[in-house]
Design a protein. Structure first.
Length: 95
């Protein structure tokens, strides 16, 4: 993760948008806009810095970084929704 610290009691939103196909990447200003939109409302944004597969259902196997970021997450912004992500984030409500 990119230096994110989750405050006790914060709701968690994961951004996993660093694809292996650069044209689908979320620009840095996009991540800044997500943070600005939700952090004031008590959300913690966890941005995954490692590359992810951007086709189909996304990653078949989660990286340790994504698995750690997804723990306790309610929201996931990423490519696809692989079963392993649902296992890592049982409280996921929005994807």
């Amino acid at each position: 993760m990119t230096g994110d610290v989750t405050a006790e009691g914060s709701r968690v939103l994961v951004v996993d948008l660093v694809p292996d196909t650069p044209r689908w990447a979320l620009p840095a200003e996009g991540l800044a806009r997500v943070r600005a939109a939700v952090e004031a409302d008590g959300w913690a944004v966890r941005a995954v810095g490692g590359s992810t597969h951007s086709a189909g259902d996304g990653q078949l196997h989660l990286s340790d970084e994504l698995r750690a970021a997804a723990a306790g997450a309610e929201v996931y912004f990423g490519f696809g929704l692989p079963p392993a992500l649902l296992e890592a984030a049982p409280g996921l409500r929005w994807a």
